[in-house]
Design a protein around this ligand. Structure first.
Ligand code: ZN
Length: 393
């Protein structure tokens, strides 16, 4: 792929400065000295040079010190230095976000799309069109894209988190089996793309910016239409040898239970997944047509909604108890649309977890709802794009 205009012939110290700003966000010159190991004079000289080239700008006047000599002098990468794109493909929606290299989200939109019912090609065409529209709306084009990361609600194998990542052969997203979505999007948009599992991206975002901050070992659960999961140890994902680690939604609770789309029987997802909850509420209270409404119903005190949310929490807690015994994490973060039910979900989940885990394993464990809501996955995609932009080119 051709070099992007956002890094015009940068080598040596200027390149290291731009990398430090891209990875860490806005920084003072003193912080840049620390991060790059360059001397103060070198940093000052090259920052001025980068400002002259329009790639770096001093941050807002509000960041300056009110009195005395030079301002605190936060500097940041400008829009001209490039943008990154994050895409979260859910089973029923697509969310696209654009951030500049100073870590600011400059554009974001979410649209309903029946992803699970459409052919992969049709979804990827729609995603490509959305990405172009969102770039245009922020005054950018594909030529400005330093990197793009796309999350999918299915396990990815043979090179998860790479351009070659391939969707696992399964019925979880049947029309996508064996496809390489990152390569397909790169072909459509001519930008560097990598693909990863959506829960992996959500987990990274919660650990970096959300409810997982400060944790050493987080188990992240995405409770949405389905139930996905991911494990983050010391800031990095534990993927397992095939890239499927954390798929707790397909732990079987009942070997004689109903048949799941994955081919097993009695999977957790069949009792605690959003689709199952909506199917259950349909008979009792048909006015709750989607998950958001069901969660709102629970929060407003509807007993049927509350019961469903609580029972989902109990099922998930049972499975997590086994996981906590095995892995001994210090935090469980429950994200996805159902995570928005807060304590109505978390309390029964915690009770079931404590009952099924040995006390020593659960002793230093905190179970908390995600704090990034439906944006966790797309923010994780942006975080990975910012981190990996250089490797992607
Ligand atoms: Zn299953």
């Amino acid at each position: 792929m051709d070099p992007r205009p956002w890094l015009p012939d940068l080598t040596g110290p200027p390149r290291r400065l731009v990398e430090a700003l891209r990875l860490g966000g806005p920084a003072t010159r003193a912080q840049l000295v620390e991060q790059t190991g360059l001397s103060r004079a070198t940093v000052s000289g090259y920052v001025s040079d980068l400002v002259g080239r329009g790639l770096v700008s001093p941050a807002d006047a509000a960041d300056a010190q009110p009195t005395g000599g030079r301002p605190a002098g936060l500097v940041r990468l400008t829009r001209r230095a490039g943008v990154v794109v994050g895409v979260d493909i859910g089973r029923t929606h697509v969310r696209v976000a654009v951030a500049d290299l100073s870590h600011e989200v400059v554009g974001e939109q979410v649209v309903s799309l029946a992803v699970a019912d459409l052919a992969a090609d049709a979804v990827l065409d729609a995603v490509a069109a959305r990405v172009c529209a969102e770039l245009e709306s922020v005054g950018a084009s594909t030529a400005d894209v330093a990197g793009m990361v796309v999350g999918l609600p299915t396990p990815l194998v043979s090179g998860a988190a790479t351009a070659e990542a391939t969707v696992a052969q399964s019925n979880i997203l049947p029309t996508w089996s064996g496809s390489a979505p990152a390569l397909e999007l790169r072909r459509r948009l001519a930008v560097p793309v990598i693909a990863d599992n959506d829960a992996n991206l959500g987990a990274l975002a919660e650990v970096r910016w959300g409810a997982g901050r400060g944790s050493r070992f987080t188990v992240y659960l995405k409770m949405a239409t389905g139930v996905g999961g991911a494990l983050v140890l010391d800031g990095g994902l534990l993927r397992g040898v095939g890239g499927t680690a954390g798929e707790v939604g397909h732990v079987s609770l009942d070997p004689a239970g109903a048949l799941c789309r994955c081919g097993n029987r009695g999977c957790l997802e069949l009792t605690a997944g959003g689709s199952a909850l909506l199917e259950a509420i349909r008979a009792a209270a048909p006015q709750y047509g989607d998950l958001r409404a069901l969660v709102a119903g629970a929060v407003d005190g509807d007993q049927a909604c509350r019961r469903l949310v609580a029972d989902a929490g109990t099922s998930v807690g049972l499975v997590l108890g086994g996981l906590v015994n095995t892995l001994n994490p210090d935090r469980v973060v429950v994200g996805g649309e159902l995570g928005a039910a807060g304590d109505l979900l978390i309390e029964p989940l915690r009770r079931a977890l404590v009952q099924s885990a040995i006390p020593a394993a659960a002793e230093r464990l905190a179970v908390v709802p995600g704090s990034l809501g439906g944006r966790a996955e797309v923010l994780g995609a942006l975080a990975v794009a910012l981190r990996e932009a250089d490797r992607l080119r």
